[in-house]
Design a protein around this ligand. Structure first.
Ligand code: HEC
Length: 124
């Protein structure tokens, strides 16, 4: 029993190293922005005329915090970030799941954005 950790520790290390987002160096430009470009900016790419006044074409616009519901990213706190609620919940606290009327983002895409916010939502 005392040596049980010898079995569990390698298993945990293996599990963690299998999760790409854990080791991945995530950046806004290379990882987050392409997800918005492919899935969101058709509706969220027109400045203040974007849906819900949320423009997702740049880091500055994403972080501005002046869309209809206020800030959508709370750095370090994905669980408090409306952005995550809107892509990950079937029934978000306001409105519909994003992208509206389209298949949800993949688990991997959601995880990339989640981990990026958890690590501080930095512009690099
Ligand atoms: C087909 C158009 C469309 C697409 C594509 C779309 N959205 Fe939206 N989005 C809307 C509309 C309309 C609203 C306002 C209604 C609502 O919240 O459900 C909205 C609201 C939001 C809000 C709430 C903003 C606020 O301040 O209330 C967030 C966050 C959001 N979208 C994120 C995204 C993300 C991230 C994507 C891509 C994964 C995306 N949207 C794709 C149309 C779209």
């Amino acid at each position: 029993m005392k040596n049980l950790w010898k079995i569990f520790l390698p298993a945990i290390v293996l599990l963690l190293s299998c999760d790409p987002a854990n080791n991945m160096k995530l950046s806004y430009d290379w990882d987050v922005d392409p997800i918005f470009r492919d899935n969101c900016i058709a509706c969220h790419g027109n400045g203040k005329n974007s849906s819900a006044s949320l423009d997702l074409t740049s880091y500055e616009n994403l972080m501005k915090g002046d869309s209809d519901s206020g800030p959508v990213v709370v750095p370090k706190y994905p669980e408090q970030s409306l952005l995550i609620d809107k892509i990950a919940s079937e029934f978000p606290i306001i409105g519909s799941r994003m992208p509206i009327n389209l298949p949800p983002l993949s688990d991997e895409e959601i995880r990339i954005i989640d981990v990026w916010i958890y690590r501080g939502a930095k512009d690099n």
